[in-house]
Design a protein around this ligand. Structure first.
Ligand code: DC
Length: 232
């Protein structure tokens, strides 16, 4: 018997593997809350950048944390809005500078400790699909389903490049690939909660798959894993 009141699905993997787009669609399909944990780290990085603190400066960022209030809610479309001390920063956290900053701030143990309970609290209160880097390994080690979603760095850089072009932004493919590889190295190489596949996670490689194919693959894994564990 499963004593947990709510079910949780952990999706971890490197940047650009399609975690958030897929998790969002899966959450809709299954009627779960989608929790984008990267957005939480991005909000802390934004707080640092706005106050002139280098997101890589562990003492500087740790000193800021008591004055940082990170909250979130969901609009009618299920979009997760992020608030920094009450201000809606959902759009601001998507800037390139914040992406690099989040990856640096996320390597600071005090930041990870500060955000851990926020993430666990969500999983206690809702059925969640949570995406990040350490959800299956650290945040929700008892998640009902764990998926490690990946794709080759080249495929991930190509997707990012197309996304930017579609938004009418100039983009250099070589530079994007370099940024993808730098973030991978930082996220996997850090001492605290590095990106790695949990032992009981299912590996899903979407290098050769389009969105629909990836969605079917993940839905199949989830249905198979949840199949034998009724939520009562
Ligand atoms: O998923 P994302 O690109 O929005 O995440 C931003 C950064 O936050 C990313 O470089 C790694 C970090 N992160 C993390 O360390 N742990 C998580 N659970 C989620 C994100």
């Amino acid at each position: 018997m499963d004593l947990k009141e709510h079910r949780s699905i952990a999706i971890d993997g490197p940047s650009g593997a399609g975690k958030s787009t897929l998790a969002k669609r899966l959450a809709k399909e299954l009627g779960y809350h989608y929790v984008d944990t990267g957005a939480i780290y991005r909000t802390v990085a934004l707080a640092a950048l706005r106050t002139g603190v280098d997101p890589a400066d562990s003492n500087g960022v740790a000193a800021l944390l008591p004055g940082v209030n990170v909250t979130m809610d969901y609009d009618g479309d299920g979009l997760q809005h992020m608030y920094l001390n009450g201000e809606d920063v959902t759009a601001a956290i998507r800037q390139n500078e914040v992406s690099a900053g989040a990856s640096k701030a996320a390597a600071i143990p005090a930041v990870r400790d500060f955000l851990l309970e926020t993430q666990r609290g969500l999983a206690r209160n809702f059925d969640v699909i949570m995406d990040g880097r350490d959800i299956g390994t650290v945040v929700l080690p008892d998640a009902d389903v764990k998926i490690f979603l990946t794709a080759s760095p080249e495929a991930r850089a190509e997707r990012r490049w197309r996304e930017l072009l579609e938004r009418g932004q100039q983009a250099d493919k070589v530079q994007i690939l370099q940024e993808v590889m730098e973030r991978d190295a930082r996220d996997s190489g850090r001492a605290t909660a590095p990106l790695r596949q949990a032992e009981d996670a299912v590996l899903a490689d979407t290098t050769e798959l389009d969105f629909e194919g990836s969605f079917r693959l993940l839905l199949g894994i989830i249905q198979e894993r949840l199949g034998g564990t009724p939520n009562e």
